[in-house]
Design a binder for this molecule. Structure first.
Ligand code: DGL
Length: 271
């Protein structure tokens, strides 16, 4: 039994979709969540800048005595996972591989679409992982750079003309390719599930990054003997690098329940 917390981080609020899954499947675990709200979005930045930010995020999280880290961010996973794993002596789980495995289980036509941030698509990490796991799969990737800022501003409702117009512009060409599975490769995108499903139609299955990585984390903790006592109730602490009030206001939407916690602000430049 190991009651030490798990560190979870994202550029902002998107990683909360993974926290939502972790609360369901690992309720006994303590979590420390960090959202780098002062510097979100990461997705349009260079690999070097994202790695620099990710190293600081990990250094902050490691100021706690953690047993593992979940990178609840597609952008950090696609650009920095290998480096962070090599530099840190604790298990680090990312979102790419678990999500690709799930997509390959559900696709029948072996034609898989992937939407993510510009940095994630540019890295080619999702495509490379899908092809490594199944060389016959056809992969069509599409960056959706306006999705993260719209989600961070709460523009996620059906009937919101801005998000619906942007979604149609990004997704209609993807639908026309005949994919039967679409990876939501950024942890912000599950908030847009209804909007995306409306454009893609019922014949395309959506696979979301945060959820699958939570299951992968559970498997890893079990295999390494790192699970907490299942009879206990875990606690979650939230930290952000900008105004906690803004984070708390929108966090409930991502967590799909009222945010009962307060978030604390830290100075990420000190790490
Ligand atoms: N949630 C992130 C991801 O999964 C972040 C996006 C961003 O900061 O641009 O890619």
């Amino acid at each position: 039994m190991d009651a030490r917390p798990i560190g979870v981080f994202d550029s902002g609020l998107g990683g909360l979709t993974a926290v939502h899954s972790l609360w369901k499947i690992l309720p006994e675990e303590n979590l420390i969540y960090f959202g780098d709200t002062a510097r979100v979005p990461y997705g349009g930045r260079s690999k070097e800048t994202i790695l620099k930010y990710a190293r600081q995020d990990v250094r902050f999280l490691r100021s706690f005595d953690l047993k593992a880290i979940l990178i609840a961010c597609g952008t950090v996973t696609t650009t920095s996972l290998d480096t962070l794993q090599a530099e840190n002596d604790l298990p680090i789980v990312g979102v790419v591989e678990p999500t690709c495995r799930r997509a390959l289980l559900v696709t029948k036509s072996k034609k898989v679409g992937i939407i993510a941030t510009l940095a994630s698509i540019r890295s080619g990490a999702y495509e490379a992982t899908l092809r490594r796991l199944d060389p016959d799969v056809e992969v069509i990737g599409k960056p959706c750079p306006l999705f993260v800022p719209l989600v961070e501003n709460g523009r996620i409702q059906r009937g919101d003309v801005v998000i619906e117009t942007v979604a149609r512009e990004y997704l209609e060409p993807l639908k026309a390719t005949g994919i039967d599975t679409l990876i939501l490769g950024c942890t912000h995108y599950p908030l847009l599930t209804e909007i995306i499903a409306d454009v893609m139609g019922p014949d395309v299955t959506l696979v979301s990054a945060g959820e699958e990585s939570a299951f992968e984390l559970k498997r890893m903790l079990k295999a390494e003997g790192l699970r907490a006592d299942e009879n206990r109730q875990g606690e979650t602490e939230f930290y952000v690098s900008d105004r906690p009030e803004d984070f708390e206001r929108i966090a409930s939407v991502f967590l799909r329940e009222n945010m009962r916690h307060t978030a604390r602000r830290i100075d990420i430049d000190q790490y």
